[in-house]
Design a binder for this molecule. Structure first.
Ligand SMILES: CSC[C@H]1O[C@H](OP(=O)(O)O)[C@H](O)[C@@H]1O
Ligand SMILES: Nc1ncnc2[nH]cnc12
Length: 297
């Protein structure tokens, strides 16, 4: 683990489309963090927000050059964990699949459906150790509640307390038939990035919640323009202050809960005996499994 309090953070913030920096951070320093899973999306920005040590990473990289299928989510989450982060707040632009979730609204999703198609590196534990984490509730309930309250206090935007986020592969947006299908399947939001981020945060025993900004009605709604990338970024440009104000307000009050189930999930999830774990595996997984490794490792 990286040492020195100035190299540590309590909360990780992952920025999405339109959120490539946090201007309100003070005492800022940039760090390059190496991980067993390669390089994160870029340097991590360490700083203080509302008195909380924060580490920020824009998932698409600065200048938005990483497509959803190639986001190095394992490296991003591992890097945040190695800096001491216990909670992750993720920000995303999403399309809406229902009329009452309108562009400009904020949504804190409570459910997630994985409709990605390619291997995005969706587990840390891909050799020597087999882990099956519980994922019935993919987001941390406590952190979601804090986001909902903070958004209500910090903005005048409409805040929706729940929703099912469907993660598609992209990078192309949906056809009209797919958009209709997603609606009929009961999904509320469409995006391309919550998977594998949420799965990996759970495996890393981090509380994880997402603040979604509705940018469009995808392409199902007669009378509304079909989504384009430029339209998404333009709506984000107009509404990103609401997301940033929500984060600032949340961090002024939020305390990590060491007893949260998210932070102890591996206690009931590791199938492999760690007694005779090869040394190179212990090394690879030290940041993630440290507290479960037998002494001597
Ligand atoms: C720029 S439009 C499509 C792009 O926006 C969303 O990204 P993020 O979740 O990082 O805000 C969507 O998932 C796509 O990656
Ligand atoms: N309509 C849409 N589909 C997929 N990802 C999105 N991100 C923002 N709007 C989106």
């Amino acid at each position: 683990m990286t040492s020195g309090p100035e190299q540590q953070a309590e909360v990780g913030i992952i920025g999405g489309s339109g959120i490539y920096a946090l201007d309100a951070l003070t005492d800022v320093r940039r760090v390059r963090v190496a991980t067993p899973y390669g390089d994160p999306s870029g340097e991590l920005v360490l700083g203080e927000l509302s008195g909380t040590r924060v580490a920020f990473v824009p998932r698409h990289g600065e200048g938005h050059h990483i497509l959803p299928s190639r986001i190095p989510a394992r490296a991003n989450i591992h890097a945040l964990k190695s800096l001491g982060v216990r909670q992750i707040l993720a920000v995303s632009a999403v399309g809406s699949l229902r009329e009452d979730y309108a562009p400009g609204d904020l949504v804190v999703p409570d459910q997630l459906v994985d409709r990605t198609r390619v291997d995005r590196g969706s587990t840390f534990f891909d050799e020597d150790v087999v882990v099956h984490v519980a994922f019935a509730e993919p987001y941390c309930g406590r952190l979601r509640q804090s986001l909902v309250e903070a958004a209500g206090r910090a903005t005048t935007a409409k805040v929706h307390e729940s929703g099912t986020y469907c993660c598609m592969e992209g990078p192309q947006f949906s056809t009209r038939a797919e958009s209709e299908l997603h609606r009929r399947l009961g999904f509320d939001l469409i995006g391309m990035t919550a998977i594998p981020e949420a799965k990996l945060a759970r495996e890393a025993e981090l509380c994880y919640a997402s603040l979604c900004l509705v940018t469009d009605y995808d392409c199902w709604f007669d009378g509304h323009d079909d989504v384009t990338a430029h339209a998404v970024v333009e709506v984000m440009r107009r509404n990103s202050e609401a997301a940033k104000a929500t984060l600032t307000t949340l961090l002024a009050k939020q305390q990590p809960d060491p007893d949260c189930a998210c932070q102890n999930v591996l206690a009931s999830s590791i199938n492999t005996s760690l007694e005779n774990l090869p040394a190179r595996a212990a090394e690879r997984y030290r940041v993630l499994l440290g507290k479960y490794l037998p002494s001597g490792h």
